[in-house]
Design a protein around this ligand. Structure first.
Ligand SMILES: Cc1ncc(COP(=O)(O)O)c(C=O)c1O
Length: 463
């Protein structure tokens, strides 16, 4: 496929640099847009997005791991309009509204174990922030005020607010904002492709990686550690699934030291791995779940921290309150859209579809392993990372200059020009990340593979 073959009527958007002169893009080198504007996306339909020149692109990243049900779903837009007409806004500050009440029931019913209490936010970083604050106050309320610290993993991304950023394991994202919130510590992640030990024995590697968490808790002193924040499949670094036995062992470690296990499912929940909550897929029950992105398929922003009965219990005592909240947390329109989105998941069997086709998705992407530049293909569900290497045999990676030239200078633009929106990421080793809408099937998998094959072959020849 070429984008020119897929051109549709241009909707008449302007492409002059003046169009973005007042816009400050996120995580972007704004100097680069002085003379050339960024792509302007004007419309979406199913798994496709369209720019202001009328070109269409396969949305290989569901926006940003968000648009689970695909673009242009009228039923979600209508749910938003209905709610806006009925009650556009009311806060959850000592009042409730029907959409948030119903959504809290739905999420609690879908969550494992006794995770029954839902605190709504407007996005993922706020959910992470909320979980850390709830953990700190929980331990103060139960007479363990020294338990405040957090353990998280190297290269993991947990958001940009100062607490969530402090939990994030990416020094380059933190440097400009130091000093951040003190009391967070990193342990190794589950990148078995680059395992320092037990790289050929996933179970032993999983035991080792989980034990690093216990070591860190012991180094800091269990009486000072409140929580461990882990993604079911770690995004940054390129989709690290948990090795077998990893989460069972982490659960035991957390129980042994009375440390809360927070499953950060901002990406992994809502079908990304084929289950509503990803901890279900890997068979563990956390003390809190943080989630956001896919809850509305992106049709309106919302996030949540879901807490167990045990975490909630001291907050129900006497005149205790959790002095924390967001004006727009649990917004009525977003809550109504989330309910419609969950209905749509059920009607269309989106989780089942992911479970049925995840093997085919993996197999299709694994075809790329015949290319000299593709070192590893890893992930789960509809959530994959393709690690690029300079030398497959030694797993040698690219130096900073090559990474810059390859990822920023060539790959992202070339993939987009070839009709695939996805992401080339070097927050760890260089990877291409894919997380398409959950409505995709073999035709879209094949297209992704074809575009990647062409562009990666060209990238190799340029090295
Ligand atoms: C695991 C994880 N946690 C938290 C966040 C922050 O979410 P948000 O950008 O909605 O604040 C993200 C965002 O990508 C994420 O992937």
């Amino acid at each position: 496929m070429t984008t020119t073959e897929q051109d549709v009527a241009a909707p008449g958007g302007s492409t002059g640099p003046e169009t973005t002169a007042n816009l400050w893009l996120h995580f972007s080198r704004m100097g680069g847009y002085r003379d050339a504007p960024p792509p302007v996306i004007v419309r979406g339909e199913g798994a496709w997005i369209f720019d202001d020149r009328g070109r269409r692109y396969l949305d290989g990243l569901a926006g940003l791991f968000v648009v689970q049900a695909g673009h242009g779903r009228r039923v979600l837009a209508e749910a938003a309009a209905r709610q806006a007409e009925t009650l556009a806004f009311f806060p959850l500050w000592s009042y409730a509204h029907p959409a948030a009440i119903e959504l809290s029931h739905r999420l609690a019913a879908a969550a494992p174990g006794d995770l029954n209490r839902v605190f709504f936010t407007t996005g993922g970083g706020e959910a992470v922030e909320t979980a850390w604050k709830a953990a700190k106050q929980y331990f103060k309320l139960i007479g363990k005020p020294g338990k405040t610290k957090v353990v998280s993993r190297a290269v993991a991304y947990h958001g940009t607010t100062q607490g969530a950023l402090s939990i994030t394991g990416l020094p380059a994202l933190k440097e400009a904002f130091e000093p951040l919130v003190p009391g967070t510590f990193r342990v190794p992640n589950t990148n078995i492709y680059r395992a320092p030990l037990f790289g050929d024995d996933p179970e032993a590697f999983g035991r080792w990686a989980a034990d690093q968490i216990e070591q860190q808790i012991l180094f800091e002193g269990p009486d000072t550690v409140a929580a461990v924040f882990l993604e079911p499949v770690q995004n940054a670094g390129g989709c690290f699934p948990p090795p077998p036995g990893y989460f069972a062992r982490v659960r035991e470690i957390c129980d042994r030291h009375d440390v809360l296990l927070v499953s950060d499912e901002v990406i992994c929940a809502f079908g990304r791995l084929g289950t509503t909550f990803a901890c279900e897929k890997f068979g563990y029950v956390p003390d809190m779940i943080t989630c956001a992105k896919g809850m509305t398929s992106g049709y309106s922003p919302i996030g949540a921290m879901i807490a167990s009965d045990r975490v909630m219990e001291p907050f129900l005592r006497g005149d205790t309150s959790f002095p924390h909240g967001y004006t727009f947390g649990g917004h009525p329109v977003s809550s109504a859209v989330a309910l419609a989105n969950l209905d749509l998941f059920e009607e269309e069997g989106l989780n089942a579809h992911v479970l049925e086709t995840e093997g085919a998705f993996r197999q299709t992407l694994e075809r790329l392993l015949d290319l000299p530049i593709v070192g590893d293909v890893r992930g789960d569900g509809f959530f994959y990372g393709i690690e690029l290497v300079k030398d497959k045999a030694t797993k040698e990676t690219f130096d900073a200059e090559e990474s810059e030239r390859l990822l920023r200078g060539f790959l992202s633009g070339a993939l987009f020009d070839a009709g695939l929106y996805c992401r080339a990421d070097d927050r760890g080793d260089p990877v291409i990340q894919l997380a398409p809408p959950l409505i995709c099937g073999q035709a879209e998998f094949d297209l992704m593979e074809q575009v990647l094959r062409g562009v990666l072959t060209e990238a190799w020849s340029r090295l």
